[in-house]
Design a protein around this ligand. Structure first.
Ligand code: SF4
Length: 238
């Protein structure tokens, strides 16, 4: 568990698919093996403490866009039951009709029940999966992502949105373009994260980032279906 008092946990995304976003705290990612990731360190095994924190964050939600994104440095299954229930109550009270969660591949079987829980109340659930790249060999051998499926369509079957990670050694203009186009062909929306320095040994590759900024960013920056986070706090949380 990291010292996380300094994290910003509520924000608004005011461009493209405008929505409020909250960074809640759960019991922690159960995979935790992605080589580039250290944000799974934001967790606590103390459910009461998580709920108390999440309650304060959810109080800030206004429903102004009727859309809410909930992230928790892991998957929705890591949130305690009282928090999930409060998310539902908040959506009902604030007339939120679209709710986004994130989920690792390993928990895909839990997605249908989550959708049903919210859809009963007229709230559409959108699930985002971090795939990072559709080059499955790179994804599994280098990034250790834990997705034992190579077909983009099969990965997309349970999910609505995909996260990609660019700025890594070995990535090229063609590989990144292929990833974005594959994401757009199989998912409703694509979220591109650019690798930043963190506490892992994976380092951003400045020349790959430069290629992205010069060649691909201009192509996709106005695309309503593509979010691009040049810095991982660009959504205002984290
Ligand atoms: S699944 Fe997500 S939270 Fe877990 S280690 Fe991988 S990137 Fe980090």
């Amino acid at each position: 568990m990291m010292e996380n008092n300094s994290l910003t946990r509520y924000s608004e995304i005011t461009e493209k698919n405008r929505r409020e976003i909250v960074l809640l705290r759960g019991s922690g990612c159960k995979w935790r093996r992605c080589t580039f990731c250290d944000y799974h360190l934001d967790f606590s095994l103390d459910e009461d403490s998580n709920f108390a924190l999440n309650q304060e964050i959810l109080k800030q939600v206004t429903g102004k866009y009727q859309k809410l994104e909930v992230i928790n440095s892991g998957s929705f299954v890591d949130l305690d039951a009282k928090t999930v229930s409060l998310i539902l109550d908040t959506c009902i009270e604030k007339k939120i009709t679209e709710l986004h969660f994130e989920c690792h591949w390993a928990h895909r079987d839990a997605v249908s029940a989550l959708r049903r829980t919210f859809e009963t109340h007229g709230i559409q659930v959108k699930l985002k999966i971090g795939v990072e790249t559709f080059d499955s060999q790179y994804r599994e051998q280098v990034l250790h992502k834990g997705i034992d499926e190579t077909s983009p369509a099969k990965i997309a079957a349970c999910f609505d949105e995909v996260c990609l990670l660019f700025g890594l050694d070995g990535q090229t203009e063609d590989s990144m373009r292929y990833d974005v186009e594959t994401g757009l062909a199989n998912f409703e929306r694509v979220c591109i994260n650019i690798m930043v320095e963190n506490t892992t040994s994976v380092r951003p590759n400045p020349s790959v980032i430069d290629v992205f900024i010069k060649k691909l960013y201009p192509l996709y920056k106005a695309d309503e279906r593509v979010d691009i986070l040049l810095d991982n706090t660009d959504f205002g949380v984290g």
